[in-house]
Ligand binder design. Structure first.
Ligand SMILES: [Zn+2]
Length: 133
C-alpha cells in the first residue's frame, strides 16, 4: 500500500522504502530510497493549479545502503549505486566498531538480496537526547 512516507522497494520488495519530499515553488522533488538495499527512485513534478506533471524520473539499482550516526548526533540514510570499494566498506565498519550507531548493507549479487555487513538497523533509537532522556 502506498502511503505518504513509505512505499514498496522496487528491488528487494522491502515495504518501507523512505520517501523524502522537497518543494521549490511550483516544482517538487520526491526521492524514494530503500534503507535495506539502496534502490532509489527520483521524480520531479511541476504543479500548476490542481494538476501535477511528472517532468523527470530516474531509477537507480541499489548496491547496498548505510546509516552512520556520530556519538550524540543524527544522520540520514545513504545508498550505494555502484558496488562500494573495499576501502569505503572498511571505513564504515571502523566507525561502527568505534561506537558510531548505524548499519551497513551490501547487495549480494549471488543471492539476489541485501546482506547486513555491520551494525544494526534497529539501533537508531539508542541515541540519547541532550536532555538525558
Ligand atoms: Zn530494497
Amino acid at each position: 500500500m502506498p502511503s505518504e512516507t513509505h512505499e514498496q522497494c522496487g528491488q528487494c520488495r522491502f515495504a518501507y522504502a523512505r520517501i523524502d519530499m522537497e518543494c521549490w515553488g511550483e516544482t517538487s522533488a520526491r526521492r524514494v530510497m530503500c534503507p535495506i538495499c539502496g534502490w532509489t527512485k527520483y521524480e520531479e513534478h511541476t504543479s500548476l493549479s490542481a494538476s501535477s506533471t511528472l517532468t523527470k524520473r530516474n531509477e537507480k539499482r541499489g548496491y547496498g545502503a548505510y546509516r552512520l550516526i556520530p556519538p550524540g548526533g543524527f544522520s540520514g540514510y545513504n545508498a550505494f549505486h555502484a558496488p562500494p570499494a573495499d576501502g569505503v566498506v572498511s571505513q564504515i565498519r571502523e566507525l561502527l566498531d568505534k561506537g558510531w550507531k548505524g548499519y551497513l548493507t551490501v547487495w549480494d549479487e549471488g543471492k539476489g538480496r541485501p546482506r547486513l555487513l555491520a551494525g544494526s538497523p534497529l539501533q537508531k533509537f539508542d541515541v540519547s537526547s541532550d536532555d538525558g532522556e
